[in-house]
Design a protein around this ligand. Structure first.
Ligand code: KG4
Ligand code: ZN
Length: 341
């Protein structure tokens, strides 16, 4: 039983620290007031996120990021009704920073603590700004760590219908981008280069797996061998064909994503379709899903760019719904890097 005074119009501070973004946001009466994000650039030098460096960067970023969120919202910490944090999935050391910080705040301010599932929050990002999807809707959550199709039946109720069996699609974008010579994270760079190229110029095999699951490790290997062979006979091959290579690879990855999404929509007779996660910022995916929507009569929901990649606004809106349901965490809770698996 909760012993806290529970206003119906809560003000909640939310913290996200699952990977390489330290973020804080304040939600008041279900309206997200801000979304402060400190992106860690140190990983660019290593070609991927280095867990130890990520947790150290969270340590130094978290106080200024939280201060800035509170200041920009024009509230002080004593006006908060709850503190929320990302419990997982994510990197353990990174999650620990946000979890410990939120726990200390909840303890010192004597307010409830709310633990949020990062994947659920990506799906809930559609309730930050209008128009909101109607239940049930499908959500394709595509990021650097996850690729899954969810059936979202209510605010905090979702079933995973299919997921990747190996690499996430964002990981495939980043690894292929690295083969093409882009720095980490290469997904957005590959996307902008793709906009200048011909998506039909090269053909890459897409991997077929059963049901609504995905597999992205095959295409990464196929691209690697293709590039190795092409460069052997022509060292300038990548440079000369960069836009066409990017456009063709992006086209194949998007084909794979959308094929299963269409199957899921047919199987569940759903026409409300959303995308979420870092890769939903991809211009090709946005364009192709909009075309599909016209053909298939879907209503589609794509979050504002700042809510696609990791952010605390989505943690805040999810925390708001959890608060209304009275779903609080105890102070001895630990992060769960494999939450949802
Ligand atoms: O959701 P997110 O910020 O973090 C994770 O939870 O992983 O997603 C980051 C991923 C990275 O793999 C990044 O390359 C990819 O999203 N990404 C993109 C684009 N913008 C971000 N991939 C393709 N095209 C983009 N425009
Ligand atoms: Zn994410």
């Amino acid at each position: 039983m909760c012993s806290f005074h529970m206003p119906k119009t809560p003000t909640i501070l939310a913290i996200e620290s699952s990977c390489d973004e330290t973020s804080a946001a304040v939600v008041h009466q279900g309206k997200v007031l801000n979304n402060i994000i400190a992106t860690q650039t140190i990983h660019e030098n290593y070609g991927g996120v280095v867990p130890e460096l990520a947790s150290r960067a969270h340590e130094s970023n978290i106080v200024p990021v939280v201060d800035s969120a509170l200041q920009k919202a024009g509230i002080n910490k004593h006006q908060l009704d709850a503190v929320a944090f990302t419990r997982g999935p994510g990197l353990l050391g990174s999650l620990l920073v946000g979890t410990s910080f939120a726990k200390s705040m909840a303890l010192s301010l004597d307010i409830p603590l709310i633990a949020v599932d990062h994947m659920e929050a990506h799906a809930m990002s559609h309730f930050i700004d209008q128009p909101f999807p109607r239940f049930p809707f499908l959500c394709l959550t595509v990021s650097g760590g996850h690729t899954q199709i969810e059936l979202v039946e209510d605010y905090l109720e979702m079933k995973v219908l299919g997921m990747t069996r190996d690499d996430a699609v964002g990981e495939a974008f980043d690894k292929i981008a690295k083969l093409l010579g882009f720095p980490y994270p290469g997904g957005p760079l590959l996307d902008s280069e793709a906009q200048k190229g011909n998506p039909e110029a090269f053909r890459f095999p897409s991997t077929e797996v059963d049901g609504l699951d995905y597999s992205f490790s095959g295409i990464k290997t196929a691209v690697m061998y293709f590039l190795q062979d092409s460069v052997k006979s022509d060292s300038g091959f990548i440079q000369r064909n960069l836009p066409d290579l990017c456009a063709s690879i992006q086209h194949t990855l998007i084909d794979m994503l959308l094929k299963k999404l269409v199957n899921a929509a047919k199987q569940h007779r759903i026409k409300q379709v959303a995308i979420a996660g870092g890769v939903s910022a991809n211009s090709g995916l946005r364009e192709r899903i909009s075309e599909l929507a016209e053909t298939l009569g879907w209503e589609i929901y794509i979050p504002d760019f700042q809510y696609c990649t990791d952010n605390a606004a989505m943690i805040a809106i999810t925390a708001h719904f959890k608060y209304l349901k009275g779903e609080f965490a105890s102070l001895d809770i630990s992060p769960d890097p494999r939450l949802g698996h």
